[in-house]
Write a protein that binds this ligand. Structure first.
Ligand code: FAD
Length: 511
């Protein structure tokens, strides 16, 4: 019977990164992915609408580990990212708007329209966010992550709120909100809630575009990252199977010895590495009772699984457009700089907090926060000629909304989102040619994101660093390589890299 050095459960980008790194070190590796398409939430899907390539889940890149890109030579396997420029556009209902990018002089002119006194504060915020992001980046590959590596001031900032962080530097409401939104992405918390300071800094940790904290698009959509990782893994000899649902981690006592697939096959390995959400990995594929009875430390593990915060507030709406959105604040159907930026509906911190508080009280935001992207102007290969994709990430539409998620609730949420954006771009409702609504339960069923949480669990203090699930699990021979492990979610590859390091070290040590 064939025994692999490592079986990876799940072909998300982290599972693929882990497999590629292990295969490069000469280990025999097999990856089993439940879906027919690789990539998990870093995916480019064809066939949703004819002629379109859709980044159905994630849409922009910053955190992808440059070491992985270089070590696996991902450029040679088709990966290419380019910076978003400008970076953000926030229209207001009174016809004004704020456009920010990498050009200092242009930023200063834009901010001065609202309040020239905010210009120095904006620069100071940029410096502080880069400092925080850099400190996190340095911590992302730690074998044993710990808060203790940060000084008391830095810890206090990360444990505090995103609002507190931006209010220290600037006072213009639209500028504050534009800077704070990344602290809320994927997180069921408002800007004034503690811990969103960490989420904000996490979004400044990336260096994929060569500049600390810069974000960009990936040519061919986010799945191009996963495809490049899969191609590198195969080139180093890894076997990758899609449409292969793992239904059980095979155990002998407290040791993982392989996996069982839905088609009845059993495969064996010296190590099993799971890219799946921790609750899938442990509770579904092994079982809480088994863990408690057979695995030392199983009680504590099960308690952690049950208290793990993984209720997601995000809804993804992908729209096929016949023409570009025509913003009242910067009119015209022709391609303009703001169309290439992240388009925010986020006029003030109070608005964002209200969006969250409404959801807590009433089940969803009356006026949602939106983050929108149109990649097609800079990568026309994603849509038929002259057409565009508008990708909208909306909050707060939580998984556990009262009344549940019926088809009507989904459609109503989509209408609410479109109506919200149409206040700033009135042509929008008339140019939509197709739409895909992915509410939190759809993110769960499609991608295995339990509770619809895009990060495999909130990235808030208590669930980060040593509060996240350990890469080396209490089950002998079982490792976690997905976002449930440090440093958590986003398309970074770090959890995969850390798992590959741990497995390589343990297997070589065991020989
Ligand atoms: C709507 C949305 C928007 C986002 N936007 C961004 C963004 O713009 N930029 C960014 O950096 N991040 C973004 N994120 C977050 C980011 O996409 C995720 O954190 C990241 O892709 C997770 O990668 P992963 O490899 O850890 O896990 P996943 O991508 O969740 O991969 C896990 C894989 O395991 C598979 N699997 C699960 N169970 C089994 C089983 N039993 N058998 C076989 N296979 C199994 C799943 O099918 C999946 O392919 C977004 C996420 C979502 C959902």
């Amino acid at each position: 019977m064939r025994e692999f050095d490592a079986i990876v459960v799940g072909g998300g980008h982290n599972g693929l990164a882990c497999a590629a790194l292990l295969a490069k070190r000469g280990l025999s590796v097999a990856v089993f992915e439940r879906r027919d398409v690789l990539g998990g939430a870093a995916v480019s899907e064809t066939g949703v609408w004819p002629g379109y390539i859709l980044s159905t889940a994630s849409y922009v890149c910053s955190l992808l580990d440059p070491w992985i890109v270089q070590t696996l030579d991902l450029g040679a396997h088709g990966y290419s990212a380019y910076r978003k420029h400008p970076s953000s556009f926030t229209p207001l209902e009174d016809g004004r708007s704020l456009l920010l990018g990498s050009d200092d002089a242009a930023n200063e002119r834009e901010i001065a329209v609202f309040d020239a006194a905010d210009v120095p504060g904006f620069h100071a915020f940029e410096a502080e966010s880069a400092r925080l992001g850099s400190a996190l980046f340095e911590a992302f590959s730690d074998e044993y992550p710990s808060w203790a590596r940060f000084d008391a001031d830095t810890r206090a900032t990360l444990e505090g709120s995103a609002a507190h962080l931006v209010e220290r530097y600037v006072r213009t409401p639209v500028l504050q909100a534009t800077l704070a939104t990344d602290g809320l992405i994927g997180t069921y918390a408002g800007p004034r809630d503690d811990g969103t300071g960490y989420v904000l800094a996490h979004h400044y940790a990336g260096r994929a575009l060569g500049t600390q904290g810069a974000w960009g698009f990936v040519r061919g959509g986010m799945g191009a990252i996963s495809q490049a990782l899969a191609s590198a893994a195969r080139a180093h000899g890894a076997h990758i199977f899609s449409g292969a649902d793992v239904i059980e981690v095979l155990m002998r006592g407290d040791r993982a010895i392989g996996v069982a697939l839905a088609d009845g096959r059993e495969l064996f390995a010296r190590t099993v590495i799971s890219n799946a959400h921790p609750q899938i990995t442990f509770s579904r594929l092994i079982g809480d009772d088994y863990l408690r009875d057979q695995v030392p430390g199983g009680d504590a593990l099960v308690a952690k699984l049950r208290s793990w915060k993984t209720v997601g507030p995000s809804l993804k709406l992908n729209l096929a457009l016949g023409e570009l959105p025509d913003f009242t604040a910067r009119p015209g159907l022709h391609l303009q700089p703001h169309h290439r930026a992240t388009i925010h509906v986020a006029p003030s911190l109070d608005f964002l907090q209200q969006a969250c508080d409404d959801a807590r009280r009433e089940g969803e935001s009356r006026e949602p926060m939106l983050e929108c992207f149109v990649q097609t102007p800079t990568d026309p290969s994603l849509a038929p000629s002259g057409k565009h994709i508008l990708s909208i990430f909306a909050q707060y539409f939580p998984y556990d909304r009262s009344g549940g998620w019926s088809e009507t609730a989904r459609e109503r949420a989509a209408e609410r989102v479109i109506g919200m954006l149409a206040r700033f771009a009135p042509n929008l409702p008339n140019v939509i040619e197709a739409r895909q609504v992915l509410a939190a339960p759809d993110l769960e069923s499609r991608f295995g994101l339990i509770g619809g949480n895009i990060f495999h669990g909130e990235l808030l203090p208590g669930q980060i660093f040593d509060g996240r699930f350990a890469t080396r699990t209490p089950v002998r021979g079982l490792y976690l390589c997905g976002s449930g492990a440090h440093p958590g979610g986003c398309v970074s590859g770090f959890p995969g890299r850390r798992a590959a390091d741990a497995v390589a070290r343990d297997l070589v040590g065991a020989r």
